[in-house]
Design a protein around this ligand. Structure first.
Ligand SMILES: [Zn+2]
Ligand SMILES: [Zn+2]
Length: 259
């Protein structure tokens, strides 16, 4: 019974070499290339450099035909020595910036949908990372944005004032806070940053003057001692009040006014 051979004769370098030195070739009788790996490699290299343009095309054609296999092979090579390939890629980028850019663009265009899904998934999985990224980008663009915003405002004053009115109507909390802070600052009374929701949470939703239980949108926040009488814009001087009481009380001190 013939034993399975452990060496094979390379018809190129004319030597017996271990089987492991030969690549697989399905079309050969024994399933192996006729030439050993070093001989094949030397031959392919010479062939490539005889006409690099054609060589590149051949490589490309092969890659197109054996997509998955090639990808797997490259991946294996990459992960066997990632540092080396990172450096190679960086060098390539330095040497051929235009080619790299064109390649990336075409790659993006070919895989738009998958790529944007992938990046969305990554964003969803790493919210803090992207929050920081967005903040940095925002900071970088702030200068240009401000100039642009100013120019835009001056070109569209009417629309902008409508927009601002609408914004104010929709954000009463922010308006209240902003006005009170300005007012308090002008009167140089004590100011702290107020969150309306905290006052409502603390006091409940009944007016502290008339006792009426209020819907969310009816709630206003009143300064018990008015700012104009030296009251502070701080939590201890703020209460939940209905709009009528708040506006009627206006700048009366507690006790000077009853509903
Ligand atoms: Zn050989
Ligand atoms: Zn009231």
């Amino acid at each position: 019974m013939p034993r399975k051979p452990i060496t094979k004769y390379c018809s190129k370098c004319e030597q017996d070499k271990p089987i492991a030195e030969f690549s697989k070739a399905a079309r050969e009788m024994d399933g192996l290339q006729r030439w050993c790996r070093p001989c094949m490699r030397a031959y392919n290299k010479r062939k490539y450099w005889e006409d690099p343009e054609k060589g590149r095309q051949r490589v490309k054609d092969y890659a197109d035909e054996h997509r998955d296999e090639v990808r797997k092979r490259y991946r294996r090579l990459y992960w066997a020595n990632p540092e080396k390939y990172r450096q190679l890629s960086a060098a390539n980028q330095r040497l051929n910036p235009d080619r790299v850019r064109a390649y990336r663009l075409s790659y993006w265009q070919m895989n738009k949908i998958q790529l944007s899904e992938k990046s969305r998934a990554h964003r969803d999985a790493n919210p803090e990372l992207y929050q920081q990224k967005d903040r940095n980008a925002h900071q970088r663009r702030l200068g240009t944005r401000r100039a642009y915003g100013k120019a835009y405002y001056h070109a569209h004053t009417e629309a902008m004032s409508l927009y601002r009115k609408e914004w104010n109507r929709r954000n009463p909390d922010r308006v209240f806070e902003w006005k009170a802070r300005r007012h308090a600052a002008k009167l140089s009374t004590q100011v702290e940053r107020i969150n309306r929701a905290i006052v409502i949470e603390r006091d409940g939703s009944a007016c502290y003057i008339c006792g009426k239980v209020l819907e969310r949108h009816e709630i206003t926040i009143d300064h018990v001692i008015p700012l104009s009488k030296g009251g502070s814009h701080t939590y201890d001087n703020l209460r939940v009040a209905c709009r009528p009481c708040n506006s009627r009380k206006w700048n009366h001190l507690p006790g000077e006014y009853t509903p």
